[in-house]
Design a binder for this molecule. Structure first.
Ligand SMILES: [Zn+2]
Length: 109
């Protein structure tokens, strides 16, 4: 189990890569920096909406841990349940999947 020890919203001073979707976090963009302990300290940098996705995932599954694959599978499953067909090789389109998820479950664009 990993324990979250630090959480903060930051503005990117340089470009980072998101640990969930793998897309770049652009310079100047607000992102979430997340530190957890799982034997050693793990630092994650996440888009704000990717962090929302993870908190939805943890809330729904009662999991304390996540990985990009777990969350990805879960999102596909959620969409399938409401009748949105997701091709499984959509892995490279995490961004599209994320948008689809927010449109369906949070009524956002
Ligand atoms: Zn992301």
């Amino acid at each position: 189990m990993c324990t979250v020890i630090g959480y903060e919203k930051r503005k990117a001073r340089k470009q980072h890569r998101c640990d969930l979707c793998g897309e770049p976090i652009e310079k100047g963009e607000e992102y979430v920096r997340w530190c957890s302990v799982d034997g050693c300290i793990i630092e994650s940098k996440l888009h704000k909406d990717c962090e929302l996705l993870i908190s939805d995932y943890c809330g729904d599954t009662h999991e304390q841990e996540w990985s990009d694959d777990y969350v990805f599978d879960w999102v596909c499953q959620q969409l399938k349940e409401v009748g949105v067909h997701v091709a499984y090789d959509v892995r490279t389109f995490y961004k599209d999947l994320k948008e689809m998820y927010f449109k369906v479950f949070r009524n956002e664009n």
